[in-house]
Design a protein around this ligand. Sequence first.
Ligand code: PGA
Length: 254
Amino acid sequence: MAKPILVANWKNHPGSLMGVKALLRQLSKGRTKFKKVSLFIAPPLTYFESVQHWLGVGAHLATQDFSRVSKGSHTGAVTPDILKSFGVRLAILGHSESRALGETNASVSEKIKMASSSGIVPLVCVGELTRDSEGEHFEFLREEIKRSLSSLNKKSDISKLLIAYEPVWAIGKGARDAIDKVDLSQSVIFIRKVLTEMFGREKAETVPILYGGSVEPSNAKELMGSTGIRGFLVGHASLNAKNFLEIVDTLITK
Ligand code: PGA
C-alpha cells in the first residue's frame, strides 16, 4: 500500500524565525511517525533553510508557488530550478489564495510543465467557490480541472501529478465547516471521471487526490475513511504541532 500523503501549507506563517524554530522543535516529537507518511512542509521561502536543516528521513520541502518566468534576469523572481537546488520536491500550484491574487488556469497549466521539467512534483489545487444543491459546482470543477491541466494530453506522463481538492468555501474555517464525507466522496469520483476523460482510465486511476479545507484532528479520520483520498493538504492545523501530529496519527492508524 502506498503511504498516505500529508502536505503542510504554512502560508505566510509563523510570523517570525523564532516561531518557526519553536514549531519545528515541537514537531520533532513526532519524527518516528513521519516515516509512515509522505510528508511535505511548504513554509514561506525565507524559512526554507531552517526547515531544510530540520527535515530528516521521510519529510520533504515543498514550495507554495514559484515565478512563471523563462531563463534570464528577472528581479524578484524565484524559479523552479533554484527551488529544486534547495531540495524542493513538490510545488503547490493554483491554490485559491494564489488564484485570488491573479493566478489563472492558464498560468497554472504552464507552471505544471515548468515544475515537471525541473523535477518538482506539481500538486494542483482545484475546488469550487460555492456549492449548490443543483450540482452546478461540478461544471465549475470540470472547467477548472480541464483548463488547469491543459498543457497535458493523453500522451503525457502524469505519474507524478497530484491533485488537491480544496473547496474554497471550506478553507480556513473550523472542522465543522469542512466538507462532509458523502460530498467529498462524490467530488473525488467526479474529479477521477474528468481525469479519465482527459487521460484515459488507466492513467487517471494513478493520480493521488488529496483533500484540503479545514482539516483538523477532529474530522481527519472521518474524511480519510473510504472517501477515495490519499491524504491532506493542511493549512492552519499544520501550525499547531499538537494538532498536526494528531492528524498524522489518523493517517497512519487508518
Ligand atoms: P485550512 O487551509 O486547512 O486552513 O483550511 C487549507 C489550505 O488553504 O490549503
